[in-house]
Ligand binder design. Structure first.
Ligand code: ZN
Length: 460
């Protein structure tokens, strides 16, 4: 028996050695980084996969039949990319239906004029009835907080707070001004206004409205409709209001929350050769209903697939399990991320690191590190390996939305930092389409993802 076992082991090690021709053996990270880059830039499939996801399937909103199609597609692609185990993790999603929506305004005695608009995700509708009210321009939340009940009652509150163009990194201004979408509508709602109109969160000056999630306070019985208009319309509206013209708005939407449905986190992995500790490579499969979701977050999805494909193709013997998690329902409540973290805790799975790509498919510029200082310092030591690929920014400290629930389990988190100068022009709009993604830039993002996963696998 022992002799057989010995022979099997001998045979197996011989076989493995012959298969390991391409294996990266010793720690020579500049060379190994180059091999990863060469492989992805010359053989990468990310761009064609993104074309399929956006053009053959299209918008992938929670609860939609398209998202179910995308789930099946992702299972297939994970297998093709080299995942040896692929499974679906059920996630309850509270479905929000946009329905029909329109906004018209009447300035002084002029006739009604239609304005491009989009309801914010999660917004209450008007049940198909016209909601008519006078628009009150409020400079910012501080000014709003000074108003009394009589000022606000029956008014449609309008905030026209633009991105600060002086801020070089658009993510910074997005996070600052973003509260007018995700937090302030709840505040306006509970104080008796009729509706809220916000300026879209964008760097651009066009007339494209941007959606995005909002929520109400749980004890709010008023729950007013919340919508966004394009920057151009917002500026024109402000101009007219400043000229002391009375403006009436007529809003009509049929958005509602429907039943709770089930979507799935799609998970695929390559088991570790040394242990079962896990490195997560993440993105979200869902998108907004009005968008192909090419940059947000189809690009992230194909980045993840590309990491697996490159590891498999280069025959990299990963020490730890490399697990791709394509989360569901990021745009509509982040329940995919919460369910995943609960399961990690329940199963007591040891996670070494999780990185998400959810800031677009533009050229990579850095890796944001959301982890304890000791771990940050370790990553800083590898900075010079990334510089030849244009990746230099390791100073950001945020991480992807879907992986953030893992933070309470003390898992080091990160996010790919692409160039975001054009990202917020199209984010959460009908303009976030495949043609806005450049093939080279997309593949370079995958290179950075694969390189950081590789170096962490070898060192942690
Ligand atoms: Zn996203």
């Amino acid at each position: 028996m022992k002799v057989y076992l010995f022979l099997i082991l001998l045979f197996c090690s011989g076989l493995c050695l012959s298969q390991k021709k391409k294996i990266i053996r010793k720690a020579d990270f500049p060379t190994e980084f180059r091999m990863i880059s060469d492989d992805i830039l010359s053989k990468g499939k990310a761009y064609e996969q993104l074309r399929e996801l956006t053009k053959k399937i299209g918008p992938r909103f929670s609860g939609s039949s398209n998202l179910t199609k995308a789930e099946d597609w992702a299972v297939q692609k994970l297998k093709e990319s080299g995942a040896t185990q692929v499974w679906k993790q059920a996630v309850p999603v509270k479905v929000w239906n946009r329905g029909k929506e329109s906004l018209e305004i009447k300035i002084g005695n002029n006739s009604w004029k239609k304005i491009n608009m989009t309801a914010l995700g999660g917004s209450e509708g008007t049940a198909g009835q016209d909601l008519v009210g006078e628009i009150l321009l409020v400079k910012n939340i501080e000014e709003f907080n000074k108003l009394n009940f009589a000022d606000i009652k029956d008014k449609i509150i309008f905030f026209n707070v633009p991105f600060d163009q002086k801020i070089v990194n658009p993510v910074e201004t997005y996070l600052e001004v973003g509260k007018y979408r995700w937090a302030i509508p709840a505040n306006v709602s509970r104080r008796g206004a009729k509706a809220i109109i916000t300026r879209s969160l964008t760097s651009a000056f066009d007339d494209v409205p941007h959606t995005g999630s909002m929520s109400y306070d749980t004890d709010d019985n008023n729950k007013i409709p919340a919508l966004a208009i394009g920057a151009k319309s917002a500026d024109e509206l402000e101009e007219a209001l400043k000229n002391k013209q009375k403006i009436i708005a007529k809003l009509n939407t049929t958005s509602t929350f429907g039943e709770t449905k089930t979507n799935f986190n799609i998970i695929g992995e390559i088991p570790g050769n040394k242990d079962n500790n896990i490195i997560v490579v993440a993105a979200h499969l869902d998108s907004w209903d009005i968008s192909e979701g090419a940059h947000d977050n189809g690009a992230g999805v194909v980045h993840c697939l590309e990491v697996l494909r490159a590891f498999k193709n280069l025959d990299i013997q990963n020490n730890h399990t490399i697990r791709v998690v394509l989360f569901t329902n990021e745009e509509n409540g982040v329940t995919g991320g919460e369910v995943y973290a609960q399961q990690v805790k329940k199963k007591e799975e040891k996670h070494l690191f999780a990185i998400e790509s959810d800031a677009g498919g533009f050229s990579p510029r850095g890796i944001s590190l959301d982890m304890i200082p000791e771990r940050r310092r370790q990553v800083f030591e590898w900075k010079s390996y990334f510089l030849p690929y244009g990746v230099y920014d390791f100073d950001q400290t945020y991480s992807g939305q879907d992986i953030q629930p893992l933070k309470k389990l003390d898992i080091p988190l990160a996010e790919l930092v692409p160039d975001t100068q054009r990202y917020f022009d199209i984010h959460h709009t009908s303009e976030d389409t495949f043609d806005k993604v450049n093939r080279r830039e997309l593949l370079l993002g995958a290179v950075t993802m694969a390189q950081i996963v590789y170096i962490i696998d070898k060192n942690w």
